[in-house]
Design a protein around this ligand. Structure first.
Ligand code: FES
Length: 225
């Protein structure tokens, strides 16, 4: 029998197994997560969570699928955060380096407080990403923000009311649209997939466990640009 510890989910006490993730604890207490739950692997950003632990004044954050419970933890998942998003068409962008300035002028209100960097559950340098965006340095924004899962926590803390992850997403799109080489073999691969050329390899992959898949992913060939 697992040891049970108390946590508070939306203010209500539940006894949950020690050592499980926040997401596992919430589900073990009888809740069915229909929002705030996606990949369960730390990639989709759907499970941004805020919590406090006894004896610590700070509001803490994490991904519910990755963060383990502690006794007395007081938890709320943020399945959605209202976010300002500019609608744009990459094909209509005339000056890639200046595009973000027009799309997200609020980024110049950054106070340099670093609250966004401190709250990021991916440990990304969000404030540096915004600084690069202000300079129109799209390659730097794309590189620094590559692991962003768009959980929304940076926007929830930004004193300048901006949405760093949407700014970074726009930068990555414009960067890849204008500055990265366009591989002409992608169309061939899509056609081959549709024709079933890779059916056996895909079936093989579906048989493998997470560790083997992670190893294959880490060792895959990466195109150099
Ligand atoms: S469920 Fe996808 S990051 Fe947690």
């Amino acid at each position: 029998m697992a040891n049970l510890i108390p946590i508070y989910y939306l203010g209500k006490k539940h006894m949950v197994p020690e050592g499980v993730t926040i997401m596992g604890a919430i589900e073990s207490s009888g809740h069915r997560l229909v929002r705030g739950c996606g990949c369960r692997g730390g990639f989709c950003g759907a499970c941004a969570t805020v919590f406090r632990v006894p004896g610590d004044h700070r509001i803490m954050v994490g991904l519910a699928c990755q963060t383990r419970v502690e006794a007395g933890m007081d938890v709320a998942i943020l399945p959605y955060y209202p976010a300002q998003k500019t609608i744009y068409d990459c094909n209509a962008v005339e000056n890639p380096a200046g595009a973000l300035q027009l799309m997200y002028p609020e980024m110049y209100r950054c106070l340099g407080c670093s609250a966004c960097t401190k709250i990021c559950p991916q440990d990304l340098p969000v404030m540096d990403i915004i600084a690069a965006a202000q300079r129109g340095n799209l390659p730097a924004v794309a590189e620094l923000s590559f692991d962003c899962v768009m959980c929304g926590l940076c926007a929830s803390r930004c004193l300048a009311q901006m949405v760093p992850y949407n700014i970074a997403m726009a930068a990555r799109r414009i960067y890849s649209h204008f500055m990265l080489p366009r591989p002409d073999y992608v169309g061939d691969r899509i056609r081959e997939i549709k024709e079933g050329v890779y059916d056996r390899q895909i079936d093989d992959l579906l048989e493998k466990g997470p560790e083997e898949l992670q190893k294959l992913y880490a060792e895959r060939d990466i195109e150099c640009i």
